[in-house]
Write a protein that binds this ligand. Sequence first.
Ligand code: GLY
Length: 390
Amino acid sequence: MSRISETRTSDVLVIGGGIIGLVTAWRAAQRGLRVAVADPEPGGGAAQVAAGMLAAVTELHYGEQTLLGLNLESARRYPAFVAELEEASGASVGYRACGTLAVALDADDRAHLRELHALQRRSGLESEWLTGRECRRLEPMLAPGVRGGLRVDGDHQVDPRRLAAALVTACERAGVVFHRGWAERLLVVRDRARGALLTDGDDVTADQVVLAGGSLSGRLGGVPAEVLPPVRPVKGQVLRLTVPRPYAPFLSRTVRAVVRGSHVYLVPRENGELVVGATSEELGWDTTVTAGGVYELLRDAHELVPGLTELPLTETRAGLRPASPDNAPLLGPTALPGLHLATGHHRNGVLLTPVTGDVLAAVLVTGELPDVARPFTPRRFSPVPQEQPA
Ligand code: GLY
């Protein structure tokens, strides 16, 4: 017996209403497509936890040169993207072109930072080496022990919660339809993705489906194994402190460091919020905030900026980064006709929001993956056909 359900039809169904799904929906709707988004809580997800650093240069890693190109392209698009989104939503997203200072506390950290500086220069990126004294002149709250640092004026920040809220409004105003249920199962009809079955009982049919479910993207039922995205959750615990008005500005830019091998960053917002992140833990779908996680973040942040322990601790939270095997996103068509991916953004979801929206909208309208996104095709993880023995 078939279950009783209501069927809705659109040109595009986006599965997942985090910032990546929302920007895809907004950009596709702007290009004239009828778009639906399936998510019980649009605007939720990892963006509610993320600090919002736009750190293409200070988060550069060895072996991620190709990803760097995409990150820089998205950073370049950010100011125009923010202006357009703020106009469309009528809301500010807290974008700040404040720059970033990456500092070292001991000889090991300093050597690590020198290597990063060399890699940045080889990659043609702008970053300036400063002495400890010069760092403290820029940021007087830094610890006296700071041994040197890298000033990167091109790494900015945005408030991911405000970004998500603005994207929801922009989607609504552009006519995107929200279905407040989980997508349980992909509908595949005659070897083509045709929509999804939702937990609220609705079937949403669509000519094209974008799977943008963050760290849950690999769990959607009905997706053939060979196109299931290889994403896994990487937990990040993040703290929020509040700088009381008389003490502001506590820091004028993002300050970060590697302390005994762990990354710590402090992101100051204009409204007094100070975000301290983040752990990086491979613990499946666990989002528990642990005493150990909070302790380590506060210990490392305190070494950088001792005055921080005076501030009220207003929030502790953990989120899940959707990580792929090469730390780069999966963007565009899969081997299953009609199914596209926009997932696997790992540490760079907020940074890659503008370029992801543009790329996915282009694919949905033209069927072609733009050149900037070609290295990030999901097909790079497709199983290579093995030669059969004669
Ligand atoms: N990009 C910052 C983080 O993933 O923690």
